[in-house]
Each structure stands twice: as C-alpha cells, then as structure tokens.
Write a protein that binds this ligand. Structure first.
Ligand SMILES: Cc1ncc(C[n+]2csc(CCOP(=O)(O)OP(=O)(O)O)c2C)c(N)n1
Length: 354
C-alpha cells in the first residue's frame, strides 16, 4: 500500500501532531495529481539538464530523486496560506505550488518574464509576488533561509496569523550554525515552522559520514526540545503524513518539527560538478532501482488507480507541456538592462538612471 513505509519519530515527544491529529487520508485524485506532478518535474528536469549540456542553460541543480519528497510535502500544506523558504533544488516544489514550466525555464535560460528575480539570479532564487504565493529564496548561501523562515514565523505568531512556514534545506545545510540557531529559537518560542530536510547524503562531494557523527539528522531535534521525524523520501504518501502531522502541530500552537526526508541525489550536485571523482559508480546503479517515479507508478497500478492508457496520457501530456514551454522560453527575449532595478535592486540604488 502507498505510504506503508513507516516514519520514525524521535525527540522530545512522540506526539508529533500535538493534538494527535494526522492529515486527512489522500483520495485517488490526490494520488494521481501527485504522480502527474512528479512525472512533469522529471520531464522538465531532464530537459533542463539536456539544455545545459547543449550550452543553453547555464547551471542546474537537479531535483531528480527528490520529486516524491517535494510533492508529498506540498500536498500536506496550503499553498495559499503557508510560506515557503526554499533552496535551489526545489523544482518539484515550485511546480506543485503552481509556478509554470515556462516560468521555470525562463529562469534557467535567463530570459525576460522569470517571476522570482527577473532572471537576475541563480535559477530558483528570488521571491515570488506575495499575492500569488509566498515563496522566498533570497540567497544561495547555504542555510541562510532557516533563520529568515523563523523570523517570519515569529512575526506571524506575534500578529496572531495562522499559517505554517516551511524551511527547506539539505543534509549539508543541517551542519551549519544558522540551522542550530534557527531550530533552537523556533522551539523556545514554539513557532509554527517545519524544518524540512531533504537528506540526499551528499553536500557536493562531502558524504554524510564526514558531516556528522550520528545516524539520523532527525535525532538532532531532541536537542532543541522538538519532535524529529525521519521518513522515506521516496514515498510521497509517507512524506505527506509526516509533514501533515507537523503542520497540525504548528497550527495548534505546539511549535516546530524537524522532518527529515531521506532521498538520493541521482545526478551530480549541479551541472558544474563531476561526481565520478568522489562517488563510486555502483553507488549510483543501486539507487536508480529505488527511483520514486516508477515505484509510485507501480503502486498506483497495483491499487487500480492507474492503467496503461492513463499512464500514457500523463507522460505524453508532460512531454507536450515541456516541449511547448521550451519553445516559448527559447523565443522569449532577454531582459532589458534596466530591469535590474525592478526586482533585484530597489529603484534609486546606485547606477539607477531613472
Ligand atoms: C555558506 C556556504 N558555504 C558553502 C557554499 C557552497 N555550497 C553550495 S551548495 C553546497 C552543498 C549543500 O549541500 P546540502 O545542504 O546537502 O544540499 P544539496 O545540494 O545536497 O541538496 C555548498 C557547500 C554555499 N553556497 N554557502
């Protein structure tokens, strides 16, 4: 059954949801929608990687291997209510939040119309117009988004606004000082935050064993007095359940939760990295067998939710969408130099001639 793999709860309390409530069960339409987003994300990610190899996209931090974790997390949240402090590997998160494949491709090709920074930053960096979605990724500097997320959650609590702020980060970021400060502060003040760690076991070339002398990132939660949940990040339903419980806890006023989704990085750290220099080939062969997309397809078929015709329609539709977005993005103009003062620098900054 989908979601059968259990998640481990560690930390100060085993009552992860605070009020004991998990998220509502997913229905067939939810599961199909999640699968559709995963297929679309993989198709788009493959296209972007291909365009990088052709010299058309400057740099890519691929989300391949992270799709199930990202889609499961968003399904448990409210895109209109909640705040998303993402990092650079969140292609599936962006799609699940309603950012379009064309908008994302405009970012990778540095074209006009990219909504986060006007294509002035590393792809997936910047901030979306808040009236649409509260997505923020101001900096590539690892772990800076965690204290920012905690600060905005403190503001929400002080204003009495009920929403969840999610801070996304990798295993490498979990070793940074900002991460510890953010978790400690959020727990002391019982802030409505979910610390969502996508543990792909590498920080560029540094394996987990060289970053920490413990087995599980989620076990760190105990040190801050909050629950930590380790979950199989290849199982979208298990991630949905873990993040849903954490969201209920946050909304009940019981404070933050650390959710560790254990995934794999199928490709090098970025398109500029050569992982053959530090990662044994057999390590990669084994992990491909666990690919969450064919695994989810198999489970949906076994549950009678998916058949050949529907699967073909989902895959063809993803391909068609990505082909159209590629054509449109390639035909889009580059931004005008002066747009710099619209999204990255404030009007009136040094150099602004207007
Ligand atoms: C403070 C800081 N140090 C180093 C870097 C260079 N850097 C960029 S990504 C990265 C690895 C981060 O790994 P992890 O948090 O595990 O995320 P992943 O990329 O594996 O998803 C590093 C060291 C940086 N951007 N910021």
């Amino acid at each position: 059954m989908l979601g059968e793999q259990s998640s481990k709860t560690q930390g100060a309390t085993s009552n992860v949801a605070g009020n004991g409530a998990g998220p509502p069960p997913l229905n067939d339409a939810d599961l199909l929608d999640m699968y559709r987003t995963m297929v679309l994300s993989r198709t788009l990610d493959q296209r972007i990687w291909q365009m990088n190899r052709q010299g058309r996209a400057a740099i890519v931090a691929s989300a391949q291997g992270h799709e199930a974790a990202q889609v499961g997390a968003i399904r448990a949240l409210d895109p209109e209510r909640d705040r998303f402090y993402i990092y650079y590997r969140e292609l599936t998160t962006m799609l699940a939040l309603g950012v379009t494949p064309l908008e994302l491709l405009l970012g990778f090709l540095a074209k006009d119309g990219e909504p986060l920074s006007g294509a002035r930053q590393f792809p997936l960096h910047g901030a979306l117009d808040r009236s649409r979605r509260d997505i923020v990724s101001f900096s590539n500097v690892v772990a800076t988004q965690l204290p920012q997320a905690v600060g905005v959650a403190l503001a929400d609590k002080m204003r009495g606004e009920k929403r969840v702020t999610v801070a996304y980060f990798g295993d490498g970021a979990s070793s940074m000082g900002e991460t510890h400060e953010a978790m400690n502060f959020a727990s002391i003040h019982r802030l409505p935050v979910i610390f969502f760690c996508e543990n792909n076991k590498y920080a560029i070339s540094v394996p987990l064993s060289r970053q920490m002398n413990i087995e599980s990132i989620s076990s760190r939660a105990a040190a801050y007095g909050m629950p930590g949940i380790e979950v199989n990040g290849f199982d979208p339903v298990a991630v949905y359940e873990a993040v849903g419980a954490a969201a209920n806890r946050a909304l009940s006023g019981d404070g933050p939760t650390l959710v560790e989704a254990v995934v794999e990085r199928f490709l090098p750290h970025t398109s500029d990295d050569d992982d053959t220099r530090y990662r044994p080939a057999e390590d990669l062969e084994g992990i491909r067998d666990l690919d969450p997309i064919p695994a989810t397809e198999k489970l949906l078929r076994a549950s009678g939710i998916l058949d050949d015709a529907l699967d073909q329609e989902i895959k063809e539709s993803a391909q068609k969408t990505v082909n159209q977005a590629t054509e449109d993005a390639e035909n889009a103009p580059f931004p005008e130099p002066h747009d710099f003062y619209e999204q990255v620098y404030a009007p009136g900054s040094p150099g602004d001639q207007s």
